[in-house]
Write a protein that binds this ligand. Structure first.
Ligand code: GDP
Ligand code: ZN
Length: 372
């Protein structure tokens, strides 16, 4: 993989701003204008803690109360990574508003009602860590990628522990395998131990906010250490075992990377492996996925696209309509489970499905017309 394929096209940074290392850019600046006019301070939430949050501002890290911005919708609750407007003074000092999120990661709850817990906001890169110490499970990679895409962040796959494979030719074949399962997603191999590939990864995440996803044991903590630097992480870890709620400026779930960019590392996100338990749509419907690989377009929605192998199989009876219907249903449900993003994203998904549904019906009618 060339490092250019990873270079980001994020809004240009307002680089002279003291918050630029935290991801402040021209676009946040313009969204913040009305708040600035009210004398409010711009800041990014680096930690949340029962009704309060730590916000990094141009004046340093401030503790603020979130009572004003605590709505009934749990997905609207202020979380790490949010950009907020904070009162310049006061005791307590309040967060007055939260800027609209560009993306959000939400943990699904076991309840059927789609109430999630918001884990991280305004994430640009979802780094999916996949260990090369075990056999590649592409279906699992795809589920993490689905989670990443649904959040609004852009995924990239990092194959970790490349040193355990040894042979660089084998490593590059594994990279190609994953690239095949992840169209449009950059894939790289690293060894946090030996340091190979860390420069490429560091450059890829330098332009924005990242989170690390992946199974437990995939090497996320080791990777975070390598990216952030041992010292910062040790402070971070010490704080984790302390757990007394003591407030220090080093206590953050959002960390500035020495090579540029920001890493959000919350305990909840580490546990995102929870999603592993889901039955993979791809595994359950292997034959449809197989057919779909023959479609002319790799992103074919099997609706109205020309050269669709799935619709062709439906036509000549190799594929049962019932089977395709339940595939689509599970796919939709799976999206709900993995998405659980904020209301705006949910609304977009809903619109998308409506559009696809309409396309599908139109295609069916067209076909019926042709036959009759
Ligand atoms: P996490 O659960 O995803 O945070 O995974 P960890 O970072 O705790 O790593 C799991 C195990 O893999 C640990 O024993 C690490 O020492 C090991 N590990 C992580 N990165 C590498 C690497 O680059 N090379 C090798 N050989 N082992 C690694
Ligand atoms: Zn198709």
């Amino acid at each position: 993989m060339s490092s250019s394929s990873l270079s980001s096209s994020l809004p240009s940074p307002a680089s002279s701003h003291p918050l630029a290392p935290y991801g402040w850019d021209a676009s946040w600046e313009s969204e913040f204008t009305p708040y600035a006019e009210q004398g409010l301070l711009a800041g990014r939430v680096v930690r949340v803690d029962r009704g309060q949050c730590d916000v990094v501002t141009a004046d340093g890290v401030l503790r603020a109360d979130t009572a004003f911005v605590t709505p009934h919708d749990p997905l609207r609750v202020v979380c790490t990574g949010d950009w907020v407007a904070v009162e310049p003074a006061g005791d307590p000092r309040y967060v007055r508003d939260c800027l609209p999120r560009r993306s959000a990661f939400v943990r699904s709850t076991s309840s059927k009602r789609s109430e999630g817990q918001i884990l991280a906001a305004n994430v640009d890169h979802a780094v999916v860590a996949v260990s090369l110490a075990a056999e590649l499970d592409l279906a699992r990679v795809e589920r993490f990628l689905a989670l990443a895409w649904e959040s609004g962040a852009r995924p990239l796959v990092v194959l970790t522990k490349a040193d355990l494979v040894g042979d660089p030719v084998t490593v590059s074949h594994l990279v190609e395998d994953v690239e095949g399962a992840a169209p449009g997603v950059p894939v790289c191999a690293v060894s946090a131990l030996g340091g190979d590939g860390l420069d490429v990864l560091g450059a890829a995440v330098a332009g924005g906010t990242s989170v690390l996803l992946g199974q437990s044991g995939a090497g996320k903590s080791t990777l975070a250490n390598a990216l952030v630097g041992e010292d910062v992480m040790r402070v971070h870890a010490t704080r984790d075992v302390d757990g007394k709620g003591r407030h220090t400026t080093t206590t953050r779930n959002l960390l500035v990377l020495p090579g540029g960019g920001v890493l959000i590392d919350t305990p909840g996100l580490r546990g995102v492996g929870l999603w592993d338990a889901e039955a993979g749509v791809g595994q359950v419907f292997a034959e449809i996925e197989e057919l779909a690989r023959e479609c002319r377009f790799h992103d074919c929605a099997h609706g109205t696209e020309p050269g669709c192998a799935v619709l062709a199989a439906l036509d000549d009876g190799r594929l049962a309509q019932r089977r395709l219907d339940s595939y689509r249903k599970l796919q939709r449900e799976n999206q709900w489970i993995v998405a659980k993003t904020d209301a705006r994203v949910r609304a977009e998904l809903r619109r998308d499905w409506k559009r696809k549904g309409a396309q599908g019906r139109a295609a069916m009618e067209l076909k019926r017309g042709r036959r009759g």
